[in-house]
Unconditional design. Sequence first.
Lengths: 300, 261
Amino acid sequence: MNKFRLTRWLISLPPILFLLIFFAAPSLIMVITSFRFPGEYGGLAPLVAPETDTMAGDSSLYGLTLEAYRFFFSDILYAEIFLKSFAVAATSTLICLIMAYPVAMLIAQSAKKYRNLMILLVVLPFASNFLIRIYAWMIILGPESAFSHFINNMLQFFGFEPVMMLFSSFAVLVGTVYVHLPFMILPLYTNLEKHDPVLLDAAQDLGANRWQRFWRVTWPQSLPGVFSGSALVFIPVLGMFAIPDILGGTGDILIGNLIKDQFLGTRDWPFGSALSIMLMLVVLCVTGLFTLLARPRAPK
Amino acid sequence: MKRTNLTLWLAAGLVYIFLYVPLVIVVIYSFNDSRLNAEWVGFTLDWYYKLFNNQEMLLAARNSLIIAVSASLLATLLGTMAGLAIHRYRIRVLPFLVFAPIAMPEILLGVSLLLFFLQILNLTLGLVSIIIAHTTFCVGFVAIIVRARLQGMDDSIFEAARDLGATPWQTFRLITLPLIMPAVVAGALMSFTLSIDDFVITFFTKGIGEPILPIQIYTMIKIAVTPEINAISTLFMLLTLLLIIIANRLDSGILQEGKKS
């Protein structure tokens, strides 16, 4: 029996230790950092006053503080950036859902032998480098592209001013949807594939038209898939920084960009950590909500 | 019925086009004999030639390979253990520790590791810090794949081995490992792809001086867009395509074996 207990720990301890050190501890450090003072030249002020330092007046800069959080709530700008990130995440999740549904439905309705191929075709572009996929949209939306010329010619024809599509909220939205679409298609497909087609036949026999069959039979059954797909899109989008950084303009700053700037730009670590903690809390709430919603329920 | 299918085909077809057009454009422009990504001028391999003479880029490719190989080996080892442990033993903290890093936005993992490396370990950021960071999120993906494989198997095989007097090590070496091997290899390939592709976490845990492929691409995109990016993107796509095909083969191998048993 002892031998088996030994195996148990031999197998579980290495991953537990590794993740305690490189995941749990760093998270804890981040929480602590958010309660500290920023250093004069970036980074952090020392936690305890150095013994030689007897200069008066500076003593308040040691120890722990709520300053970073107070700073967050002192300026409406930060709340606005959080709200904007929420709006971008919600909008792109909705667009992803609308685009993913027909694809998932088509795959689920196709013959079994084609399904794997169709899924593979969804996953393939997703496997090419993330930056490359965003960069591709830089080309398409860039001012020199055929697409831009076409759109602007159309706009001018109807008497509107030409637009710059790149470096705008529109470009951010397009890039975000493009990058996250497979995360919506896959869980939706997994759900739709399990539906029993007999239910649709029954609805048809009872006189339901196509629209009614979708909204009263397919859609309610697919809700767990819809919610888990939405969580997989919404959460990463909430924390993204690269897409607005590359495709967005100066006004398209989201939480992720704000956090990035605190660590690699202005170097205010405590504020950056406080922002990260707030993001983490929001993510936890959203995850909890989606998990609750995605639970399979008995039909009413 | 026919009309529903047509609408569905049309809508889904448009989405598939949306998925592929950007990538096709990148590939086409990588052969275009013009500095601008605008008009088609003529065929050239110049951008590939330039790329292979770009020392910084070659160094970045080498560094990224070192990182991806080390991180995927380490993650495969730890992830396989984690997958086995989660499947067999009820250890409360383990599933949380394994799956939380991949459930939260990447930026949080990047930032917390940056703070940890600089504040606590006093580590000079570089290849080592990136390898550790990549391993942290790859472990979860390997564990998921290995656990899925174990869930599809009949646990009585292991009990039989034990009843026949096999030691835990013998059971593992002769029974468990051969059975989960396809999942282990698929997990390793997945980790490799995730690691070589990762931008966000690399961005926060990279040092100065060591060029890394995704960071290099990012700098090129931000500073000066040249068709060289198209060339490197095309090569990158070919590499990941190859890995995906291999992983897919292995994966369908798992499915078929699963059906047989």
